[in-house]
Design a protein around this ligand. Sequence first.
Ligand code: ZN
Length: 282
Amino acid sequence: MKLGMNQGTTLENSSLERDLHLLEKYGYDYIEIRSIDKLKEYLQTHTINDLIEFFQTHHVKPLSLNALVYFNNRTEEEYKALLEEYKEMLEYAKVLNIDRIVVVPLVSEKKIVRSVIKKSCVEVLTELSDLAKPYGVKLALEFIGHPHATVNTLSFANEIVAEVNRENVGIVFDTFQFYAMNSTLEDLKNTDFSKVFLFHINDVEDFNPGIMLDEDRVYPGDGVIDLHNILTIIKEKRFTEHASIELFRPEYYQLDAEEVVRTAKEKTFKVLEQFFSVEEKK
Ligand code: ZN
């Protein structure tokens, strides 16, 4: 099992340049790059060639680009802008040799019936799939465990991806998103793991599902998510690719990013090594 970190983890106390340095130092295998802000910020003082060269000369590799946000149930005008952003992401993916992009469903207080959500998700993902194909890019739909997210359970995400039925369209399985809207272990057992393109690992404080937020995430093992049974199922499913730590905790943003990167690795290793072989790299 390889180890990654999503840049959300150090969103407010680091930069892409520093994340790369720290992840390399602490023996991570992957970084999930935030194209929406951290890559843009990096390119103010670097060129894309600097980044390409970094990956050519270091152990850390890019795992995904994050994220195409609110892709479904948009107005025509919004959708046009979304496609422009998406095409730019595809070009970055190409030069950086990244083969997966995270796509995030609409979060809105407007009530939309599920059939309308599903129809839009399937249509948009099919079009995005066509556009991604020549780039060799896969799309990972991340269900968001919040009442206002249009796709907020594992089972609904699985249903949509099955309907799209494209080789390059799958899901993100994120333990927080899973727990936050009462997705079940049964749903996880019913998940087609050939469609799990990204695995985000984290934990959460003991709030009731439905009210918890990204900021309530804590290091794996420090919260109430049943990581033991989740990892048991993941192992049974023979998913051994990677686990990528993704936190958004304001208290951790107050710390030095190095401390967060180091602690995240230690705590995640402790959880993972009960199930998988995780290689200690120096
Ligand atoms: Zn996630």
